[in-house]
Write a protein that binds this ligand. Structure first.
Ligand code: PMP
Length: 397
């Protein structure tokens, strides 16, 4: 049978990298490829209590349909957390989402027609490209350094693409590089958005996982014209399986996104939203986040120290002050995809995500993303040491 698919399906393809990462499921392989949070940090007892309390007694409400944008109480709780983070907003500026990922899908649907230009960091979050691609956009990319997107390069890109409609950024501890956009650049980014008339999608699920240094204000907090849509998530601070995130934006944009959400899935799970709301009411989520931070900070330092001790000098790595990832840069002709298939997996039994997949346009082959979030301290040392030894021995060969 030859089914006549929609044109957009040419942009919806499985990635070769996924195949390679399937080896990560082999228990003999230490995979630094995944982006999962550490499940030992899920607050199980507290979650059991709030799920139970949500349906105990006359819990019919938590099992009924509810409003599409999310219950008022939860939107108020989210708005209150956002205000503490310096974002002026109320419940009507909040849309509860099926994870931050849904925000990527809905914002693209709201703004992007075929061949419209989306500007992204280079490299950028693969899941965003996967969400945007069905809208058949063109991409324009911006160079990055240790302070995130290079604003001069962005201005040049915008002059080349004056009709660009949307800029996508992960400003805090970016996935995949781990770098953070500086305060000055955030201000300049908003000025450029006003001047060139585009929307900024600020996607920041790792924002609360800062391990050192001072918090930098959100891009949204510099927004003067209602052009920034902020995406947050409970995935990294509570659990990803609840599939809860949120968007904050102008009432107008939030209403429009709410209509698209209605079309997509009616609403998030009433039960999960009830449980999250009760959790925020009954427990101190900031104390819980502080525990997560301590654990990831230790793992990050262990990974970076082990890299320093065991990797050849010509491999550079980022030193993130939060989040879950470091980004490796090898000499230019070093192909990390081939190296993983031919050597890292069979010889060191270690996996990572080859970097090529994170580049929307010209794929650079000499990078890799490592995540330190899920493994034990022992596995981090063992896996990174094995990779370091392999790299060193191959250099010597
Ligand atoms: N944005 C970025 C940068 C991410 O890394 C992720 C998760 N890996 C998401 C969005 C989506 O997360 P969720 O849908 O679980 O909130």
């Amino acid at each position: 049978m030859n089914i006549r698919l929609a044109n957009r399906m040419t942009r919806v393809q499985p990635s070769a990298i996924r195949e390679l990462l399937r080896h990560g499921a082999d228990p003999r392989i230490i995979s630094f490829g995944g982006g999962y949070p550490d499940s030992s940090l899920f607050p199980l007892e507290q979650l059991e209590a709030v799920y139970h309390a949500s349906i105990a007694g006359d819990g019919r409400e938590a099992l009924q349909y509810t409003v599409s944008n999310g219950p008022l109480k939860l939107r108020e709780q989210i708005a209150s957390r956002m205000r503490k983070d310096g974002v002026e907003c109320g419940a009507d500026n909040v849309l509860v989402l099926q994870g931050g990922q849904q925000g990527l899908d809905l914002v693209a649907k709201m703004l992007i027609d075929k061949d419209d230009v989306i500007v992204t960091e280079n490299p950028t979050f693969l899941g965003a490209l996967i969400a945007f691609n069905p809208c058949e956009p063109r991409y324009a990319v911006v160079k990055m350094d240790d302070d995130g997107m290079d604003m001069d390069d962005l201005e040049r890109t915008l002059k080349e693409n004056p009709a660009a409609k949307l800029l996508y950024t992960v400003p805090d501890f970016q996935n995949p590089t781990g770098v953070t956009l500086s305060r000055e650049r955030r201000k300049r980014l908003v000025e450029l958005a006003n001047r060139f008339d585009f929307v900024i999608l600020e996607d920041t699920p790792y924002r609360e996982l800062r391990y050192q240094g001072e918090t930098i204000p959100t891009i949204k907090s510099f927004d003067t014209e209602g052009r920034v849509i902020y995406l947050g998530s409970f995935s990294k601070i509570l659990t990803p399986g609840m599939r809860l995130g949120w968007a904050v934006g102008s009432e107008d944009l939030i209403q429009r996104l709410g209509l698209l959400k209605l079309a997509a899935d009616t609403q998030c799970s009433t039960l999960n939203m009830a449980a999250a709301s009760l959790f925020l009411d009954k427990y101190d989520i900031d104390a819980h986040i502080a525990t997560i931070r301590r654990t990831y900070r230790r793992k990050k330092e262990l990974m970076l120290d082990t890299i320093r001790r065991t990797f050849p000098q010509d491999v550079a790595f980022t030193e993130p002050s939060g989040g879950m990832f470091t980004w490796l840069t090898f000499p230019e002709n070093f192909d990390t995809t081939r190296f993983m298939a031919d050597h890292a997996l069979p010889e060191a039994r270690v996996a990572y995500v080859p970097g090529a997949t994170f580049f929307p346009l010209e794929q650079q082959v000499n990078h890799a993303r490592l995540s330190y979030s899920t493994h034990t301290d022992e596995a981090i040392v063992q896996g990174i040491t094995a990779l370091g030894r392999l790299l060193t021995s191959r250099r010597g060969a």
